[in-house]
Design a protein around this ligand. Structure first.
Ligand SMILES: Cc1cc2nc3c(=O)[nH]c(=O)nc-3n(C[C@H](O)[C@H](O)[C@H](O)COP(=O)(O)O)c2cc1C
Length: 212
């Protein structure tokens, strides 16, 4: 696993995340979303909202996800008809896409916004944190690599999946495959990122004050 911001310290002191927005797309890792949301609370995150895609909800219903967060804003057919994407993007103090499907990554990298999650990414400032989740053949696809590079170029953060033994759904065999980091690993990476961003903001404030 590697966070794309090279300067991020690994074990910085945790800062409270006031408003955590989790974009949940239709990757197989969504079956474990409850475990991730439980541990993300210990970031610590004061309030957690989830925005889903229709594909994610076909695997895990919004009513199940709602048990583990403060609010689910559904990207399914029963979701909001208002400009929820703008409100959600402005609300978030930290926005992560977990799991991030190849489709959502491709849409976001190309400025496409056909659903609530991708529209929210488009409305958000740079710095959205993507956790890609797909099998080895999708992971090694050159189009996906181009899309991930484009997201990073646009100022977003891509956390590369670690390679571990995992069940290949098609064959039923255990193979070396890219997998989502564990919930605990994700918390460590996000704490480091938040601490680095806080230090950067403090530095900018101090620099601004010194210049006055
Ligand atoms: C059971 C199941 C598992 C899937 N797993 C993945 C996956 O791990 N990664 C991925 O990129 N797509 C996966 N897909 C395909 C996506 O769900 C599909 O591309 C969908 O259009 C993604 O939509 P979204 O990005 O709006 O959530 C899976 C589909 C199904 C039905």
């Amino acid at each position: 696993m590697g966070v794309s911001t090279g300067t991020v310290p690994r074990q910085a002191a945790p800062d409270v995340v006031e408003r955590l927005l989790v974009g949940v797309s239709g990757s197989v890792g969504v079956i474990n979303i409850a475990s991730y949301l439980v541990v993300l609370r210990s970031l610590p995150a004061r309030e957690i909202r989830v925005v889903t895609t229709e594909a994610a909800e076909r695997i895990v219903p919004a009513s199940t996800i709602a048990l583990y967060c403060d609010e689910v804003v559904s990207g399914g057919p029963d979701g909001p008809r208002s400009a929820a994407h703008v409100e959600l993007a402005q609300w978030a103090s930290l926005f992560v896409v977990l799991p991030a499907s190849a489709n959502t990554i491709g849409m976001a990298a190309n400025g496409l916004a056909p659903n609530l999650l991708t529209a929210t990414i488009m409305a958000a400032p740079p710095g959205v944190v993507f956790f890609p989740n797909m099998n080895q053949s999708m992971w090694s696809n050159p189009a996906l690599k181009r899309n991930l590079a484009a997201l990073q170029k646009d100022g977003h953060v891509v956390v590369r999946p670690p390679i571990r033994k995992a069940l290949e759904v098609g064959t039923g065999e255990m193979v070396d495959a890219p997998v989502l980091p564990t919930p605990e690993e994700i918390c460590v990476a996000l704490r480091s990122l938040v601490a680095a961003r806080t230090a950067e903001a403090d530095g900018e404030r101090a620099g601004g004050a010194a210049a006055r």
